[in-house]
Design a protein around this ligand. Sequence first.
Ligand code: PGA
Length: 270
Amino acid sequence: MHKLIIANWKMNPGTQKDAIRLFSATAKIPHSKNVDVVVCPPFVYLESLSHISASAQGGPALGGQDVFWENPSGAYTGEVSAAMLKSFGVEYVIIGHSERRRLLGETDAVINKKVLTALAAGLKIILCVGEPSEHGLTQTAHGLTRNTKLAKKSVANQLKKDLAGIRSAPNSIFHIPNSSLTIAYEPIWAIGTGIPDKPEDSNSMAVFIKSFLNSKFQIPNSRVLYGGSVNAKNAAAFLDQPKIDGALVGGASLDAKNFKKIIEAAQNKK
Ligand code: PGA
């Protein structure tokens, strides 16, 4: 089964020199054709990394960590357009990461505009969804337990709003090829905390997301990744799940040795 492993470097590393070093080490990780590897660095490193990416046969594809909803240019201070990303050979873009939703106040309406623009521009999108701890976990006498029903409701609500109009938008492509839309399920309480979800619970969420996209948006067989404290040790347990198609990796992608183990775990899956 084909797996997609995405490195989300977030606002790391601190210098271009280190970014080139990390990307070069990542590009050298051998992997078979059944694994696609994508690196999403900060915008400012894309230009220099695009030269390495273009020259590394079978090396990682590049992804942006965000994109603006207007394209290709205009009076939008601080923003980066889909056309600009594409000019550096960027193929993928992360949209709706929970850190942007929380720290920058990105709403589902904003995320929806970005999704429509990025798809129309021909970028492959990684749409992040996931419930906050108050929806996903419930305090009981035995400690915290998973509240799957509420978590699914929260995710369905995001998907409904974030993907609104993808079938009916004018002029479009909105025959979405499956490879253009990937959902990353990232429970917010699992991101950067060292407390990952239980692989079976994420698998059940992946089943739910796939069936929701099929019934609400007529998108069959969509790709769903898991993200949130994935590391070299636990990656195989997630990638073993039948409905999880890959991983979105933050912290553990900043060390090529750890990231290599995650790629190997993906490669060893049937
Ligand atoms: P983490 O981040 O692997 O450091 O938890 C994942 C993400 O935010 O995409």
